[in-house]
Design a protein around this ligand. Structure first.
Ligand SMILES: NC(=O)c1ccc[n+]([C@@H]2O[C@H](COP(=O)([O-])OP(=O)(O)OC[C@H]3O[C@@H](n4cnc5c(N)ncnc54)[C@H](OP(=O)(O)O)[C@@H]3O)[C@@H](O)[C@H]2O)c1
Length: 212
């Protein structure tokens, strides 16, 4: 598969490296000139380009930017695309977002409102990238870590599950995109190592927040 990644920081590089190891083709991009990513091509084995180039390149697109940057995504090139949203909300970095603070919406629903014609699936946000690169185990390993996914598009969830498995993780489906709050920052499932059964129970028992 061809995977375009918008954002070439910790998430973009980790997902890019693992995807290339798993046999996919990857293009990384950032907000500056692709020349600033020059050294990544030999280090990771990826292509580099602008955010719009990455959106056009990918069969699927991973969004790995700060929440404050989602208003600057290349909307036209993302139309109709399978988009994997790895974005989290950190007010100290992103500024206060009233609808998130009041828990009226979720980060992925915000992204979906910016990209109404893309198919958004929330994934890869609930694990530190150092652990994404270190914790993967073969299918069937007793202590294999599970990662959550949320989305309204079954194909998008299948793609995420295939990538999780290739990177060494089981998948737990948390439900539709509106259920993404179950593994946002501050929830019991956020960035905690759990096997599949425990993660499923934890997600389903996570307290419904006011406003939801
Ligand atoms: N770090 C983790 O372990 C981790 C884990 C899960 C989820 N997350 C979430 O994933 C997102 C990315 O985290 P990160 O740690 O990878 O951040 P990071 O290291 O700060 O990297 C952010 C990347 O986004 C790019 N970017 C910013 N604005 C952009 C725009 N408008 N268009 C294209 N690219 C843009 C930056 O490029 P420039 O430098 O050129 O601006 C940079 O390459 C955040 O929402 C974070 O909360 C992080």
């Amino acid at each position: 598969m061809k995977i375009g990644i918008i954002g070439a920081g910790f998430v973009g590089r980790a997902v890019g490296r693992l995807a290339i190891k798993a046999g996919h083709k990857v293009m990384l991009s950032n907000s500056r000139d692709p020349k600033t990513l020059f050294s990544l091509r030999p280090m990771i084995g990826c292509e580099v380009g602008s955010a719009s180039d990455a959106a056009v390149f990918g069969d699927i697109i991973v969004i790995a930017v700060p929440l404050s940057a989602i208003g600057q995504l290349p909307f036209a090139s993302l139309r109709g695309k399978q988009v994997i949203d790895a974005v989290n909300y950190y007010p100290e970095r992103d500024g206060q977002v009233e609808t998130l603070d009041s828990q009226q919406t979720t980060t992925s629903e915000l992204m979906a409102s910016c990209l109404p014609e893309a198919k958004i699936t929330k994934a890869f946000n609930a694990i530190p990238m150092t652990q994404l690169e270190s914790d993967g185990l073969p299918l069937g390993s007793p202590s294999r870590r599970a990662l959550p996914v949320a989305g309204d598009d079954s194909e998008g969830k299948k793609i995420v599950s295939m990538l999780y498995d290739a990177f060494g993780f089981d998948t737990v489906d948390a439900g539709g995109l509106a259920e993404g709050w179950r593994f946002e920052r501050g929830t019991p499932a956020y960035c905690v190592h759990m096997p599949k059964d425990l993660l499923a129970v934890t997600l389903s028992h996570t307290q419904c927040r006011p406003g939801k």
